[in-house]
Design a protein around this ligand. Structure first.
Ligand code: ATP
Length: 136
C-alpha cells in the first residue's frame, strides 16, 4: 500500500466520498492546491471546481465540488461542500439542460443566480468530459 491520506467529501445531505488516496487537488481560495499525505494542517475555503484524486494503487477520479471548506490534517482531509458529486454520479443530460436554461436566463434577465447555475453546470460537464477521456 502506498503512502496515503484519507479523503472525505461531505455535503449537508450526505457523505459523497471516503477513500484512501495518494494525492488530490482542488481549487482553494488562492488557486489550485495539491495535497499529499503528511500535509501540514490547513483550513481554507474551496472554490467551485473539479477535485481530482489519485487512488491508492493507481487510477484517477473526479469529484465536482460546488464550493465550501477544506480541512487538512496529516492523515485525513475533509471537504465540507455545498454540493458535490462523484464523477460517475453526474447526470450529463441534466447538466446540459441546466446549462441551456441558465444561458437563456442570462440572455433574457442577466440574473446573477443564473451565472452561478451556469458555472455549476459547466463544472459538471467538465467532469463528465474528464471521465470520458480517461477510464479508471
Ligand atoms: P438542476 O437545475 O439540474 O436541478 P442545480 O444547479 O439546481 O441543477 P444544484 O442546486 O447545484 O443543482 O444541486 C442540487 C442537488 O442536485 C445536489 O444534491 C447536487 O449534487 C445534485 N445535482 C445537480 N445537478 C446534478 C447532475 N447533473 N448530476 C447529478 N447530481 C446533480
Amino acid at each position: 500500500m502506498a503512502n496515503t491520506i484519507e479523503l472525505e467529501v461531505v455535503t449537508p445531505d450526505r457523505q459523497v466520498f471516503s477513500e484512501q488516496v495518494e494525492f488530490f487537488s482542488l481549487r482553494g481560495l488562492g488557486g489550485e492546491l495539491g495535497v499529499l499525505p503528511g500535509h501540514i494542517p490547513l483550513f481554507t475555503g474551496v472554490q467551485p471546481g473539479v477535485l481530482k484524486y489519485k487512488r491508492d494503487g493507481g487510477g484517477e477520479g473526479w469529484i465536482t465540488v460546488m464550493g465550501g471548506f477544506l480541512d487538512v490534517q496529516p492523515k485525513k482531509a475533509t471537504v465540507l461542500a455545498d454540493a458535490a458529486e462523484r464523477g460517475e454520479e453526474i447526470d450529463a443530460l441534466r447538466a446540459q439542460q441546466a446549462k441551456e436554461r441558465a444561458e437563456i436566463r442570462i440572455s433574457r434577465e442577466n440574473q446573477v443566480d443564473a451565472e452561478v447555475d451556469l458555472k455549476r453546470a459547466l463544472i459538471r460537464l467538465k467532469a463528465v468530459e474528464l471521465a470520458g477521456k480517461i477510464r479508471h
